[in-house]
Design a protein around this ligand. Structure first.
Ligand code: HEM
Length: 391
């Protein structure tokens, strides 16, 4: 998509796409300014919900009820209140405590790969997907043997949230996924409340600000949000980082020579090929933007991955340079919705990549099986990343 972004930045930075029936914003300063302004809203569900035929609306009642409580889909003042409460569970200390567990998970998965005795693996399926899933499940106190159930339920829900795959029974699936997921978390929260055990979930249950706390529904919704927000994005970070390093052997050599470069390496992966192409908004009130008339209710794709390649902001923007200093990418968003899990995601990325290349120094792309990219507007990553573990 990057050549298309470059053309749009040059020729039509606030572009109306008739096929998507949406605005596409591609320049760094515009992306940043829009994310910081209150002219756009994140609450895009209500309008969609109101347009549904009654039978579908009934089916989706529950899922929409929970999603409407997601921090990511709420505008101030509700967003302000919920974020203020939630930040007590997302402290730097709470995340730093995760480090040894992330290392254990990474070792466990790499041990499994080494023991399997096969050289050819899909790195997404066997590593990049499982690592963040286990981290988030540990964080939420969900036993690891629930992985397959969780994967099924979130795939079912993703039919609705991602909107990428179309199938006849998509709303039934989404409703079922949400029912399973919310029932599971509701029970877990009840159990933890009755038998407290320190950790992130307990912090979330206890999180209070000025006496205010999360309601029961908000707690369930937040568990589901953390599971979603922290999962596919981090998988794509690990996948994209592996692919970029294997395709840029000079950069990989620099990292091998100086392992402290891992911090700037992960930042550069986040900038150069970040896990989310776009953030989605709706216009909150009619206004002019660079001479274009944005009308209330219209959808806007705010293209962070294009902003991150804007030559007005980054020197040599199209080159992948793991020593890059000034790297103010917008991959974790900007403004009030700035990613709450950014510290955790960075930590996971650093550990996953360092340990992978340490354990398999001859790791290489599979020349006969090229990576398969996801075909979607929002997530950016590979569906399959075939590699050879040994030369
Ligand atoms: C919000 C990116 C990992 C939790 C966001 C937003 C972005 C983002 C761009 C803002 C969305 C918007 O403005 O519409 C990423 C990326 C990740 C990642 C690229 C991995 C590389 C995580 C993890 C967690 C997490 C691991 C949790 C454990 C959240 C939450 C929000 C959020 C709770 C909502 C914040 C709000 O609306 O105030 N993320 N994220 N994210 N992220 Fe992340």
């Amino acid at each position: 998509p990057f050549p298309v972004y470059a053309r749009l930045r040059e020729e039509d930075p606030v572009h109306w796409s008739p096929s998507l029936k949406s605005w596409i914003v591609t320049r760094y300063t515009d992306v940043r300014d829009l994310l910081l302004s209150d002219t756009l809203s994140v609450n895009r569900l209500l309008q969609f919900y109101q347009s549904l035929p009654p039978a579908d609306a009934l089916l989706l009642k529950d899922i929409v009820r929970y999603l409407n409580l997601w921090l990511a889909f709420r505008d101030p003042p509700d967003h302000t209140r919920v974020r203020r409460i939630m930040r007590h569970a997302f402290t730097a200390d709470a995340i730093a405590e995760m480090r040894p567990r992330i290392e254990d998970i990474s070792d466990l998965l790499l041990d499994r790969l080494a023991a399997a005795g096969t050289k050819d693996v899909d790195l997404i399926k066997e590593y990049a997907l499982q690592l963040p899933a286990f981290v988030i499940m540990d964080l939420l106190d969900v036993p690891r043997d629930m992985l397959d159930d969780f994967k099924d339920w979130s795939d079912d829900m993703a039919v609705f949230i991602g909107g990428a795959r179309n199938s006849e029974d998509k709303y039934e699936r989404a409703a079922r996924g949400c029912r399973n997921m919310s029932t599971y978390f509701r029970k877990l929260i009840e159990e933890r409340t009755a038998h407290p055990k320190p950790g992130f979930l307990m912090d979330l249950i206890n999180a209070r600000d000025e006496g205010d706390k999360l309601s029961d529904d908000e707690l369930v919704a937040t568990c589901i949000l953390v599971l979603f927000a922290g999962h596919e994005t981090t998988t794509n970070l690990i996948g994209n980082a592996t692919l970029l390093l294997l395709r840029n052997p000079d950069e990989l050599s620099k990292l091998r020579a100086d392992p402290d470069l891992i911090d700037t390496t992960i930042e550069e992966v986040l900038r150069f090929d970040g896990p989310t192409n776009a953030l989605v908004r709706v216009v909150a009130k009619d206004h002019d933007f660079h001479g274009r008339k944005l009308r209330e209710g219209e959808r806007v794709f705010v293209m962070v991955n294009s902003a991150n390649r804007d030559p007005q902001m980054f020197d040599d923007a199209d080159s992948f340079d793991i020593t890059r200093k000034q790297n103010r990418h917008l991959t974790f968003g900007q403004g009030i919705h700035l990613c709450l899990g950014a510290k955790l995601a960075r930590e996971e990325g650093r550990i996953a990549i360092r340990k992978l290349f340490d354990r398999f120094p001859d790791l290489a792309l599979d020349a006969e099986n090229p990576p398969e990219w996801l075909d979607a507007m929002v997530p950016r990553g590979t569906r399959r990343l075939p590699v050879k573990l040994e030369g």
